[in-house]
Design a protein around this ligand. Structure first.
Ligand SMILES: Cc1cc2nc3c(=O)[nH]c(=O)nc-3n(C[C@H](O)[C@H](O)[C@H](O)COP(=O)(O)O)c2cc1C
Length: 372
């Protein structure tokens, strides 16, 4: 039986896997490929560029895709929200900033609202505002993020989310990660790094190669590339990238980078144009360890699903099957009978069965077994 969760019902998708709206990486082709493979692709609207966004929706064609924006940046170009909503995305994902001023306009349209959070306070705000789904992003994630780790953060958000589907993000790039996220109570996963090196991704050639040959050991969160790109990110969120010559030089010397900013910004721009991944940013997360191939996104997604199904089957076999014991008891000195039942492990079930079938007992019992 395939994995099916409430997230599949919410978006009408086959697999509970969303492509993260990676700015400049998740274009229309990648988003459409993930959606056609049974997940939901989100186009990376990033800081907001109307022409680019329209082009990417054109590229996605008739595939059902969504889009994501960086909220604090969208607040400066808020007309882009109407443009995006007119493109009828299946879902709109907002991250990094206060999304609530946008809520009335989103609620006038059909698109579902997903909000990505990095703290429990942000999660409470999103849930109180009535989002359709919430992404709990751990610090392992590629791109901007906070300080909480995926493993404790996801179940903490699940605990307060009631019926709202929680989507786990950060460090999930194969079937182990998907199975683990479901075990944490998530309804699905949002993956960026896993699809960064896909054939359809807009990442540069050398950046894709750096990820395929790179390791999660070699990533870090810092502010250096935001300074180099002239992006004035709020201090709550830092960018996780591969380490390279640029981060080694500056991440422990932000003051030095600030003093040399004009020259270093020029150096960074040259490196970006030349696709020099030793200076330009390769934006991925700790899951770089798990990205081994440059391949179609569909192959990555289907492998993740079949691995997760196998892991979940295997894990369920680790649990001893349970037995339901039903006992009918006649109360001493009266005509009254009562039945009660309880579940015990297989081994304990044998003991009970022997005990209750003993002719010396004045207890009538039957037992049935079920495997969970
Ligand atoms: C290259 C890249 C760009 C990203 N850009 C954005 C973005 O523009 N907006 C956003 O909400 N999240 C962005 N993210 C973060 C993702 O939404 C998501 O949280 C993250 O990819 C999940 O962790 P993972 O990379 O381990 O899969 C980006 C991630 C990557 C790797």
């Amino acid at each position: 039986m395939p994995i099916h969760t409430p997230l599949c019902d919410l978006f009408g998708i086959e697999h509970p896997v969303l492509l993260a709206p990676m700015a400049g990486v998740s274009g229309g082709a990648l988003a459409a490929e993930v959606s056609r493979a049974g997940g939901l692709g989100l186009i990376g609207g990033g800081y907001g560029d109307a022409d680019w966004l329209e082009r990417q929706f054109d590229v996605a064609g008739d595939a059902k895709v969504g889009a994501g924006f960086i909220t604090w940046s969208l607040a400066r170009r808020s007309h882009l929200l109407d443009l995006a909503l007119d493109l009828a995305p299946a879902a709109l994902m907002l991250s990094f900033g206060d999304f609530r001023p946008f809520l009335p306009r989103i609620r006038c349209k059909e698109s579902k609202l997903i909000v990505q959070v990095q703290t429990l306070d942000q999660a409470r705000e999103a849930l109180d505002a009535g989002v359709d789904a919430i992404v709990a992003q751990g610090t392992e994630a590629g791109g901007h993020g906070g300080a909480r780790a995926t493993m404790p953060f996801v179940p903490a958000v699940v605990d307060i989310a009631n019926d709202i589907p929680v989507i786990a993000a950060g460090g999930i790039a194969n079937g182990h990660g998907l199975a683990a996220a479901l075990a944490l109570g998530a309804s699905g996963v949002l993956c960026g790094t896993a699809f960064f090196a896909s054939d359809e991704s807009l990442a540069s050639d050398n950046a894709k190669q750096a990820v395929v040959t790179g390791s999660g050991d070699n990533t870090e969160r810092s502010a250096v590339f935001d300074l180099a790109r002239g992006r004035d990110w709020p201090p709550d969120w830092k960018l996780r990238t591969m380490r390279n010559a640029f981060t080694r030089q500056w991440s422990a010397d932000i003051d030095g980078l600030t003093r040399n900013l004009a020259a270093e910004q020029a150096r960074f721009e040259v490196a970006q144009v030349a696709d020099d991944s030793d200076v330009a940013a390769v934006i991925v997360g700790e899951a770089a360890d798990l990205v081994w191939f440059r391949e179609p996104a569909q192959t990555t997604l289907h492998r993740m699903i079949s691995q997760a199904e196998n892991h979940l089957r295997h894990i369920s076999q680790l649990i001893e099957p349970m037995q339901r014991i039903e006992v009918m008891r006649k109360f001493k000195g009266s005509r009254l009978c009562g039945t009660f039942s309880f579940e015990v492990s297989d081994a304990l079930g044998q003991v009970f069965r022997r005990a209750i079938s003993s002719p010396s007992r004045r207890t009538l019992a039957s037992n049935t077994s079920r495997s969970d």
